[in-house]
Design a protein around this ligand. Sequence first.
Ligand code: ZN
Length: 418
Amino acid sequence: MRQLSRCPMPEISSCRSCGSAEIRKFLSLGNMPLPTALVTKEGLHQPEPRFPLDVAHCPECSLVQILEDVPPQQLFVDNYLYFSSFSDELLRHSREHALRLIEERRLGANSLVVELASNDGYLLKNFVEAGVPVVGIDPAPGQAEAANEAGVPTIAEFFGLELAQRVRREHGSADVVIANNVMAHIPDPNDFVEGISHLLSDGGLLTIENPYVRDLVEKCEFDTIYHEHFFYHSCTSIDRLMRRHGMYLMHVEYFPELHGGTLRWHVAKRGEVSETARQYLEDERERAITEYSYYADFAKKVEAVREELRLVLGGLRAEGARIAGYGAAAKGSTLANYVGIGPELVDFVVDRNVHKQGKYTPGTHIPVRPPEALLNEQPDYVLMLTWNFRDEILAQQQEYLKRGGRFIVPLPWPEVVA
Ligand code: ZN
């Protein structure tokens, strides 16, 4: 039996965005290891820290958030192994976004594009190629170094008002600020957004991509909840946060296939609010996404998925099936730890990220191997832990499927895909 050590963790008592003390818990996922803390062979017998994972809703600003306060240093610097360039789908999506911004905003040699959480420069390099000056900001040293080596100037620090002032002094104000998949990651959203407001030119555009809390609830994507994600945003919560800092939600785009449903919010300091943005805000009021009642039954749905997955995997295993997993990502960590999926059910997990191979999944200690292991071992089933890249994985694994392999997609409800 592996050792577990439960760590005390400071809990917030008021909303991180608006400060309301009325926040109300609606889901507890139990004690979880940090989702990106993959374990080395030597670390297998060391105690592994675990922290509670509870989710609450704020009735004032409508923001859904976890209650625990994990130090960002521990999450995004020490153990951070996520390199955006490992996903082809994300690269394509990002390139289209960059090219459109260059055209629509008429960006050129005198413009400035700043990206927050720019990772390894996967998006900014499209602007660099077009001759548009950029500044990337990402606190993870390995990612920032990779970006700088690829010709994307990147500052390896956490973003907030202080850094925004420095960037503005050195480079001037930004025509475009991009914040993709980072609005969930920042423990102090007001300092972060105040920094953006300071940096953005008066006629500038901020675009934010983030999963939608409506998809989380309606598609039961509970595995997107982990200690890296402090927030689960709606259009309402974003608009209220931005208005506190002299900006507002101007337009909304939706990408149903990206990360299980991603919204792109357009935010500005001036200009007309689009009809689409108005409709999203109205729709959230009608569905009561702004109210606690919308979230009240979520815990029951999540428990039902856990029971079903245990039945499916346990049943297949009892019949002698060999099962592997795909994707040693953070969401797989929540799913495996919450459902209770360890090496007794899943023999190994494959991942394209070479930094993860040879290690073990956090808490559940399943060995991580390169994707080629699927063809070498030909397991009967592969549990798709990174179902957000479902189509991409199915396309890549045609040979495995041709030889009779099958995938189990766990959410929104466990299903076998052949
Ligand atoms: Zn609030």
